[in-house]
Write a protein that binds this ligand. Structure first.
Ligand code: CP
Length: 309
């Protein structure tokens, strides 16, 4: 029995990712078989940053597994507001819950929690660093839509500097064969060097960097749009200048392939026109639903490994 935490996607091997996706598919096909799987188990959701999808999908996941949920929503309503450390919070919550999902504005906070908790910790987003369970949702979406995770050309567009979902997705997809990335961003919001060095250059993965979405949209199998992350900017002026750099519209989609898969981790602000929602290539709300099933699969895996099921 091992207490294992998930801080980023590389914490999971490729066979484990496959098994998680297979479990998610099985949950989709046979939800009743899982309705009691986590009976009497408790998930604590500790969210020190705003969230709609991640927190609610973790909570829905645990309820659909027959378990219960304890929740902290916002630093102001917990003893973090009195100065309690992440380490002490993790030790404390381990006394009440069987597993923890935590979102925190500081990079590395989930790792600190994992080192101090006596139960598994899942990183639900740490600052601009990474967001592994969003990546699980993304992988299942690509596998369901394209039928494969290898041999795809993936366009990532928008705030590639602060977008933690982008960093985790590059890390995950870089382990599959035949990948090609097209990185579309303003000069100021390019993918950080450490992400390129660690994943793309080290693995010899071809990538193109450009500022022009329309020039490359026709080459893509996947277009992953992202929001410009206002909360990570030091300067409001820069945010206002860059926020509308890319807006996907039905007009721009005319140049794209008929089987393009348009993704977005959401929330969207202005990056995808609502008129795109009716296009069969829009997959971002399917992504939301896939996230719940992958979180169910992950909770099951970690509780089983910890000997709690
Ligand atoms: N995709 C995502 O993390 O959404 P929330 O911020 O609403 O959780």
């Amino acid at each position: 029995m091992t207490k294992r935490s998930i801080i980023d996607v590389p914490d999971l091997s490729l066979p484990e990712l496959d098994r998680l996706m297979d479990t998610a598919e099985d949950i989709i096909a046979r939800p009743d078989d899982y309705a009691d799987a986590c009976r009497r188990k408790k998930l604590a959701t500790l969210f020190f940053e705003p969230s709609t999808r991640t927190r609610l999908s973790f909570e829905a996941a645990m309820y659909e597994l027959g378990g219960n949920v304890l929740s902290v929503t916002g630093a102001a309503t917990s003893s973090a507001a009195k100065g309690e450390s992440v380490a002490d919070t993790a030790k404390t919550v381990s006394c009440y819950a069987d597993i923890i999902a935590m979102r925190h504005p500081k990079e590395g906070a989930a790792l600190v929690a994992a080192r101090n908790a006596s139960v598994p910790v899942i990183n639900a987003g740490d600052g601009g660093h990474c967001h592994p369970t969003q990546t699980l949702a993304d992988l299942l979406t690509i596998r369901r839509e394209k039928g494969r995770l290898d041999r795809v050309t993936v366009g990532l567009c928008g705030d590639l500097k602060f977008g933690r979902t982008v960093h985790s997705l590059i890390g995950a997809l870089s382990r599959y064969a035949g990948l090609r990335f097209v990185l579309v961003s303003p000069e100021e919001l390019k993918v950080p060097s450490y992400v390129k060095n660690e994943h793309l250059k080290k693995n010899g993965i071809p990538y193109l960097q450009t500022t022009d979405l329309e020039e490359v949209i026709g080459d893509l199998d996947i277009l992953y749009m992202t929001r410009v992350q206002r909360e990570r900017f030091f300067n409001e002026e820069d945010y206002l200048r860059l926020r509308d750099s890319y807006i996907l519209t039905p007009e721009k989609l005319k140049k794209a392939r008929k089987d393009l898969c348009v993704m977005h981790p959401l929330p969207r602000v202005n990056e995808i026109s609502v008129a795109v929602d009716d296009d069969p290539r829009a997959c971002y709300f399917k992504q939301v639903l896939n996230g719940k099933y992958m979180r169910m699969a992950l909770i099951l895996m970690l509780l089983r490994e910890a000997g709690k099921l």
